[in-house]
Write a protein that binds this ligand. Sequence first.
Ligand code: NCD
Length: 303
Amino acid sequence: MKDLIDIQELSTGEINDLIETAKDIIQQPENYATRCSGKKLATLFYEPSTRTRLSFEAAMYELGGHVLGFSEANSSSAAKGESVSDTAKTVACFADIIAMRHPKEGAPFVASRAVPIPVINAGDGGHHHPTQTLTDLLTIAREKGRLDNLVIGCCGDLKFGRTVHSLIAAMSRYPGVRFVLISPEELKIPEPVREEILHKQNIPYSELSSLESAIPELDILYMTRVQRERFFNEADYVRLKDSYILSPDKLRPAKSDLTILHPLPRVNEISTAIDSDPRAAYFRQVANGKFIRMALILKLLEV
Ligand code: NCD
């Protein structure tokens, strides 16, 4: 495997190996401190990011490697009209591996075809976000001790939220997983996710618009932000942005061992009063992102 563009390119065995490597890194970071010495990671971010870009960069530093790149399209030659392929070919002269985020679906795939070095999709439009999903899986494995037999609620913008698309694709392969998809009518999961993943594999799921009625049966609650930047008009965003706000009140009927996840950034979908609840795992999730990206860089660089 040269690149990671879509989570489906990884077998279940490979995902489990990455999770095991990440757990080993957490236990014994000193064993990994020089594995990537002399190697360079380029982060090409054409869209805003805090966690994804910085966790990639921290991951490479902790492996003893170096980092270069840009964090906005306007500071790169994209602003002059350069194609993604030409930028990637240029960067491949300087770096050993690329992590790319782009507003256009498929851009990291195009880059991966243009260069001989590994390209990691760090989020492409409303499409996929495989390294967030690896982060989510490591978090579920650590919080729950298993990836199977879980009722997973995904709540919010299931239409444009790329993290949910990749999460459903990945978790659908584990036995006994059931999804509860909670969204307003306008933000339901896209047809390809429903057809190609849920229906094709006979995965049990339900769709509803009420978070309150879903909460009692959930093992995992995956909250998401309404993806303002992907809306065609501001009025629709304004109408839908406050569809769900998780408050301590709403959490009252939840299981005592519920795990609350969010890829972040949060706007107002989770009240800050929930942050101190032991079930709130979203900042532990952020920390896990660095370790799983370390494991992925090691795998793709074959070191
Ligand atoms: C997500 C993304 O970029 O898709 N953030 C992230 O990478 N952690 C979620 C989001 O922006 O809402």
